[in-house]
Design a binder for this molecule. Structure first.
Ligand code: G1P
Length: 271
C-alpha cells in the first residue's frame, strides 16, 4: 500500500492574481474550508500516513497555518470555545502528518518533485496537484487500488475539449485493461492541437515510482523553460516502465483560475 504523498505548493498562482500577490491560493476557502484541506482529507481517506508539502519562502503562510499552536492555546485558555477547540484539534491532526521541504525557485513540477527525493521510502508514492479538486469519489483511493493490483504507476485521466489540449498534459493511450484503465503509450506536455495524440488529459493525481528521481536529476527544462514531471514520465515509459491512465469517476474542479474557483465553491456547496 502507498503510504506517502507529496503536494507541490510553491507555484506562484498567477492565474489567481491579484489575490495571490499576498495570499496562498491553497488557503482560499471553498465553502468555508481551505482548498488544501480537501486534498488532505482525500489523502487521509485513501490511507496515506505522511504528506510532504513542497513550499517556498513566499508560501510560508501555509506552514504558519499548521504551526500556530501558541495562538490557539492562548485563545482556547481564554475562551474555552468548543468550535475553536475542534478546529485546533483538526489542525493538529494534519500537522502530525505533514513535512515541509522548500523549492525556492519556481522551476516546474518536476523540480518540485525532486526536492522530496530523500524523504521517499517506498517504491511508489502519490502526488496531488492542489489546483485539481476531485469530488464525489476519492480518486487517490481508486488509483492506489489499481497500483496494488497491477504493481505499476497510475495517473488520473479525463477527456477534455479538443480546443483546450494545449492547456494540459495529453496521453497517447495503448492497450485497454478495462472500461476505466488503459496503458499509457506516451504523454506530451501541453501539445498544440495538431500535435496532440488524443484529447485525454492528465489531471493532478499521480502514483509515481521512486525511479523517477534519477530521471528528474538529469532532466533538461522543457515547455516554457520549466522542468516538467510529464517529460520525466515520458522517459520512463520509453524505457518500458508501465503507466496506467485511470479515467476517474468523480467530478473534476479547477481551483487554479478565478472562474474555476468560483464554480468549485458553488459545486461543493451543493454536496
Ligand atoms: C500541470 C501538468 C499538466 C496537467 C495539469 C493538470 O499543469 O503539468 O500536465 O495536465 O497540471 O491540472 P499546470 O496546471 O501546472 O499548468
Amino acid at each position: 500500500m502507498i503510504k506517502q504523498a507529496i503536494i507541490p505548493l510553491a507555484g506562484l498562482g498567477t492565474r489567481l492574481l491579484p489575490l495571490t500577490s499576498v495570499f496562498a491560493k491553497e488557503l482560499l476557502p471553498i465553502n468555508g474550508k481551505p482548498g488544501i484541506e480537501y486534498i488532505l482529507d482525500e489523502c487521509i481517506e485513501a490511507g496515506i500516513k505522511e504528506i510532504i508539502f513542497i513550499i517556498s519562502k513566499k508560501k510560508e503562510m501555509i506552514k504558519r497555518y499548521f504551526y500556530n499552536d501558541q495562538f490557539y492555546k492562548k485563545i482556547i485558555k481564554r475562551k474555552k470555545d468548543q468550535r475553536i477547540i475542534k478546529e485546533y484539534k483538526k489542525i493538529l491532526k494534519y500537522k502530525k502528518m505533514i513535512k515541509f521541504v522548500y523549492q525556492d525557485k519556481p522551476l516546474g513540477t518536476g523540480d518540485a518533485v525532486l526536492k522530496t527525493k530523500k524523504y521517499i521510502n517506498d517504491k511508489f508514492f502519490l502526488m496531488l496537484l492542489p489546483d485539481d479538486l476531485i469530488i464525489k469519489k476519492n480518486c487517490s483511493k481508486s488509483m492506489i487500488k489499481i497500483n496494488t493490483r497491477y504493481k505499476c504507476s497510475v495517473m488520473a485521466s479525463m477527456r477534455v475539449n479538443k480546443k483546450s489540449v494545449s492547456r494540459w498534459g495529453i496521453y497517447k493511450l495503448g492497450k485497454k485493461l478495462n472500461k476505466e484503465n488503459y496503458f499509457i503509450k506516451n504523454v506530451i506536455e501541453k501539445p498544440s492541437i495538431s500535435n496532440a495524440p488524443s484529447n485525454q488529459a492528465v489531471i493532478g493525481r499521480y502514483i509515481l515510482p521512486k525511479s523517477i528521481f534519477s530521471k528528474l536529476s538529469k532532466q533538461k527544462p522543457g515547455k516554457g523553460g520549466e522542468i516538467h514531471i510529464t517529460d520525466a514520465i515520458q522517459s520512463l515509459i520509453y524505457e518500458d516502465n508501465k503507466f496506467i491512465a485511470h479515467s476517474f469517476s468523480g467530478k473534476y474542479l479547477d481551483c487554479g483560475s478565478m472562474q474555476g474557483y468560483i464554480k468549485s465553491t458553488l459545486e461543493i456547496a451543493k454536496l
